[in-house]
Design a protein. Structure first.
Length: 414
């Protein structure tokens, strides 16, 4: 792969392929390198909720506004990667009445259509909801499928002259006179490394951003946080069901085909590759989900999996210095921040807001490269929307990794 390109993006999650697609549509040639398979990091290990933003409306209205805006954009440009299931926030007897009202008001303030609905009539169609349900708020949550979404982005990267390489790990960054000029890439089983030289390098490695930053002697404080999810064989659930209370463990149930995904926990971890996957997390999720949907307590568990949130752990001063684009995600210009030019890191955010994050990065990189071209990803359909064949071969080429427990005992892939 020894080559030269305009921009090298490290990380093949939604953010990385999103950045590369955005740049490609602006005429900037981009190469993506991903050490595992596409979506092998947090992107492939989420609940797959296309958030309406309601989940963040009381705690982080800025993120909530971003979510509803991107929810609407993605329904237009990528409907083939989305199931428009809708969602509910369910209040149970032990939940605070005042929270439901606050949630409803904050949703309105953030532009999220959230309407209280009659519990009995909803339960007639959805008897799986607990008979103890006291109030329900309907919100425009949906389900997004991260793998076809990432593949659609990757296909467009190629169509615009770029490349996407999986099983390609960045093991060193080339730094020349205070400027990052490329990277050394290692392939499994290969002797030696390959070199990609680029005018700009984007670090989109999520929870691993600190490790990649250290290759250019740049410190990126991350606070990785693991979250468990449990897949249960239970076809009836047909909408995202959230608990109407402040965010805590075990407050969401997400329909995926004939299964329900129960989430999640939130525990700080030291190493995003090596952390305990604990039985108590699985038990807790089944118990808590069962409060909203009682049948889930006895439905067969198919498997459990974990993801690691790419949370930025920088000081408040980093945000105040304007380096945080919003509280939802953070863009670090290492030229300004660390005196290492040609290098940008993007961390945080959500799968739902990947396109917006990518737009911020692409705006920034284009400014640095002197490229004057507007972002087109909010209006340009992703490959596969109008022509399902456009994705068919790429989907099998980038085939996702099997579930963790079926993989060989390679820590990276577990
Ligand atoms: C438990 C959990 C549930 C979530 N649920 C949702 C949800 O329902 N909806 C939602 O919107 N968001 C959700 N999120 C958030 C969402 O998953 C992430 O914010 C988003 O996927 C991050 O994408 P990313 O591309 O930035 O990072 P990642 O997907 O982690 O991508 C980073 C990539 O970089 C690669 N990489 C690392 N080091 C190197 C290297 N040296 N060389 C090459 N490649 C490298 C990794 O292998 C990885 O694939 C959830 C997160 C968690 C943890």
């Amino acid at each position: 792969m020894n080559r030269e390109t305009d921009v090298l993006v490290v990380g093949g999650g939604a953010t990385g392929v999103g950045v590369a697609r955005d740049l490609g549509l602006r005429g900037v040639e981009t190469v993506v390198v991903e050490r595992n398979g596409l979506t092998g990091g947090a992107t492939g290990n989420t609940h797959g909720v296309l958030h309406s933003g309601a989940r963040y409306a009381t705690s982080d209205p800025e993120s909530a506004r971003e979510c509803i805006a991107e929810n609407e954009v993605l329904r237009e440009v990528a409907p083939h990667c989305i199931d428009p299931t809708g969602g509910f926030f369910a209040q149970l007897p032990e939940d605070d009445d005042g929270y439901f009202e606050r949630l409803r008001n904050r949703c309105r303030d953030c532009g999220i259509v959230a309407e209280p609905v009659d519990v009995e009539s909803v339960r007639r169609d959805r008897p799986y909801l607990s008979p103890e349900t006291e109030r329900l708020l309907r919100v425009p949550d949906a389900v997004v499928h991260p793998f076809p979404l990432a593949v659609a982005n990757a296909v467009d990267v190629r169509e615009h002259g770029g490349a996407v390489h999986t099983d390609a790990e960045v093991v060193d960054l080339l730094v020349d006179g205070g400027e990052v000029t490329g990277a050394e890439i290692r392939r499994p089983g290969a002797t030696g490394t390959e070199t990609v030289r680029a005018d700009h390098v984007v670090n989109a490695t999520g929870a691993w951003a600190g490790e990649v930053g250290s290759l250019a002697d740049v410190e990126i404080p991350m606070r990785p946080s693991k979250g468990a999810m449990v897949v249960v064989d239970y076809p009836p659930v047909d909408a995202v069901v959230n608990r109407a209370r402040p965010a805590t463990d075990g407050d969401i149930v997400v329909p995926h085909d004939s299964t329900a995904v129960l989430g999640t926990t939130s525990e700080a971890v030291d190493d995003p590759d090596e952390y305990p996957k604990e039985e108590w997390e699985v038990d807790l999720l089944v118990e808590k989900a069962g409060e909203m949907v009682p049948d889930l307590q006895t439905a067969p568990v198919v498997r459990s999996y974990w993801g690691v949130r790419p949370l930025f752990g920088g000081e408040a001063s980093e945000f105040e210095a304007g380096r945080s684009v919003t509280r939802g995600y953070t863009l670090l210009d290492h030229g300004e921040r660390d005196g290492v030019s040609g290098f940008t890191t993007i961390v945080g955010g959500k799968l739902t807001t990947y396109r917006l994050m990518a737009e911020s990065v692409a705006d920034h990189v284009c400014e640095r490269l002197g490229v004057d071209a507007p972002c087109r990803t909010a209006a340009e359909p992703l490959p596969g929307r109008d022509d399902p064949d456009a994705l068919r071969s790429a989907l099998s080429e980038f085939e996702p990794l099997p579930p963790a427990e079926e993989r060989p005992s390679d820590a990276r892939r577990s």
